[in-house]
Design a protein around this ligand. Structure first.
Ligand code: DQA
Length: 143
C-alpha cells in the first residue's frame, strides 16, 4: 500500500525553522524517518513538501484517485484553507492530520483546524515522532 505523506508551507525548512518549536530534525531527516518507518511496516511511503497551495490540492486529488491514505501536515493552511479541506474531503482512505508542535498550547489562531473534523485522527505535539506514530497506525489499519 502506498501512503502519501504531504507537507505544506515552510516544512521544507525544518531543522533551521524555529528549532525551539519544531525541533532539530531537518526535512531530509523527516523524509528518512518516514521512509524507514514505512519500510519497517511494509508500507510504500511517498513523502512530499510544497509551499504552493495548488500543488497540495493536486496531490490530494492524486491520493483520492488512487484511494491512498494520507498523512497530512498542512502547516499554516490547516487553519484557513478551505481549498485544502475540500480536496482532503475527497479522500476515501484514512486521513491523519499531523502537527509537530502542540498547536493547542500555542497562539489562539492555531487552535482551530479546518481539517480535524474530516480527519480520521489528529496527532499534535509529538514532534516528528507524530509521523512515525501515524504510519504505524496506518500499517495496523489497512484501508
Ligand atoms: C504546524 C503547526 C502550524 O500552526 C504551523 O503553521 C506549521 C506547522 C506543526 O507541524 O506544528 O507550519 O503544522
Amino acid at each position: 500500500m502506498t501512503v502519501f505523506v504531504l507537507n505544506g508551507p515552510n516544512l521544507g525548512r525544518l531543522g533551521t525553522r524555529e528549532p525551539g518549536v519544531y525541533g532539530a530534525t531537518t526535512y531530509a531527516g523527516l523524509v528518512t524517518l518516514c521512509t524507514e518507518t514505512g519500510a519497517a511496516q511494509g508500507l510504500d511511503v511517498d513523502v512530499r513538501q510544497t509551499d504552493h497551495e495548488g500543488e497540495m490540492v493536486g496531490w490530494l486529488h492524486e491520493a483520492a484517485d488512487l484511494g491512498a491514505p494520507v498523512v497530512l501536515n498542512a502547516g499554516a493552511w490547516t487553519h484557513y484553507s478551505i481549498a485544502v479541506r475540500d480536496a482532503a474531503a475527497q479522500l476515501s482512505a484514512p486521513l491523519l492530520e499531523v502537527h509537530i508542535s502542540n498547536v493547542h498550547r500555542r497562539e489562539e489562531f492555531r487552535h482551530h483546524s479546518v481539517l480535524s473534523d474530516i480527519a480520521t485522527g489528529v496527532l499534535a505535539g509529538f514532534g516528528v515522532d507524530g509521523y512515525r506514530l501515524a504510519l504505524e497506525w496506518l500499517a495496523r489499519h489497512p484501508a
